[in-house]
Design a protein around this ligand. Structure first.
Ligand code: ST9
Ligand code: ZN
Ligand code: ZN
Length: 342
């Protein structure tokens, strides 16, 4: 059912899930006798500290890219690339597929590796990342979605980190069950010490290693391995929220905006198969395809599954995928070519 909209006296639009509203009414006797509350007014409040930091970060990253091509040692560029891949896995295999979606289970040594990679990535600690992401899936493209793509490319890409959250994000977010992560000591530890661990892992170690291990200059190490690598990885992640919510086929559900975007998948280690992922969020592959070249995260999880460190990998049966593609797909799924439509 399409979300309903209501406008405030100031003309600000709000979207609410009508099923939620109905359920809330059924459980709230008071509402039957009192008139409905007017929607809370929402005004965007910019966070200038974040705006200044992100402007600096992007300027520094551009300078880092220039240095990487002109004066850096080859090992420094390789180091930055490896950090991009490792931190990407800390987000994709860690925060996303393991902790936010529980699409597989991991033994503690793998969880430790993932939490280290995740801390180098600095996309907030796992608990906060997973809470926002669970809200994103439950209330996709409503005001309760932290990076609601209906507010445009810029907002869903980076703008949502430059202003206070819509009150619906916080209100609806309170209903999200986070008890599983509150019981994971590795997640709890990272959250408790994040303000010490994050600067150390994301900025200090990546800068110090090239200087002491292969004699790189401090300037090159800081601007390439810290600034450029971090900003680049952030942007590749944000593309999933922006580009993959706008452009691409919708083979599994044409009624939602998340799309299959191969370009984003290549850069985001397999996370651009976003139409599939929003339809079947529990699949550890976040994709129907077994193609490792555009899904290095799946290769990583499969590798650790062979070692026995990753287990209980959840997936979706081909029959279920076929049925869904036939029922709600946009016709771009191969299933349409196999059928006897003619
Ligand atoms: C970053 C995150 O970049 C990127 C996430 C991307 C997600 C992508 C998903 C796509 C799929 C996966 C693809 C992976 C691909 C990877 C490829 C790699 C190559 N529920 O937040 P606050 C409450 S981070 C419930 O301050 P404000 C709660 O009580 C970049 N409650 O709100 C909270 O207190 P606490 C680096 C919630 O004041 C309180 O509200 N980090 C929820 O509106 C205050 O929360 C930054 O730049 C909720 N969902 O401020 C930091 N949310 O936490 C940026 C909040 O103590 N963030 N509450 O419980 C900020 O500065 C602020 O959050 C703000 C909003 C200014 C944006
Ligand atoms: Zn999404
Ligand atoms: Zn997800």
């Amino acid at each position: 059912m399409a979300p309903s909209t209501a406008s405030t006296p100031t003309g600000v639009l709000f979207e609410d899930d009508p099923v939620e509203q109905l359920e809330a009414r059924l459980h709230n006797d008071h509402e039957q006798i009192s008139p409905p509350k007017p929607a809370k007014e929402y005004r965007r409040r910019l966070v200038w500290r974040n705006i200044i930091l992100f402007v600096y970060l992007h300027l520094a990253a551009l300078y880092g890219a220039y240095l990487a091509l002109t004066s850096a040692k080859l090992l420094t560029d390789i180091w930055a690339f490896l950090l991009y891949q490792a931190t990407g896995l800390g987000i994709t295999a860690g925060a996303h597929r393991l902790w936010a979606h529980r699409s597989y289970k991991a033994k503690w040594p793998l969880r430790v590796i993932l939490v280290i990679f995740n801390t180098i990535a600095f996309q907030n600690h796992v608990y906060e990342w997973a809470r926002d992401h669970r809200v994103h899936h439950k209330y996709t493209e409503t005001n309760a979605d932290p990076h609601n793509a209906k507010r445009g490319f810029f907002f869903s890409h980076i703008g949502w980190l430059l202003c206070r959250k819509h009150p619906d994000v916080i209100e609806k977010g309170k209903g999200i069950d986070m008890s599983d992560l509150e019981q994971d000591p590795i997640v709890v530890f990272q959250r408790k010490y994040y303000l010490i661990l994050m600067p150390l892992f994301c900025f200090i170690i990546p800068t110090v290693v090239p200087v002491y291990c292969w004699g790189e200059t401090w300037i090159n190490a800081w601007f390439i391995a810290a600034m450029f690598r971090y900003t680049f990885t952030l942007n590749m992640t944000w593309l999933v929220n922006s580009a993959a919510h706008m452009w691409g086929d919708r083979p599994y559900d044409k009624y939602i905006n998340p799309s299959e975007n191969k370009g984003v998948s290549m850069m985001a280690l397999g996370e651009g198969w976003h139409n599939y992922h929003h339809v079947f969020p529990w699949d550890y592959k976040t994709s129907e395809l077994g193609d490792y070249s555009a899904n290095t995260t799946t290769a990583f999880i499969d590798f650790f599954s062979k070692l026995g460190w990753a287990y209980d990998l959840k997936t979706v049966s081909p029959e279920m995928i076929k049925k869904r593609a036939e029922r709600t797909g946009d016709g771009s799924h191969p299933v349409w070519g196999w059928g006897d439509k003619d």
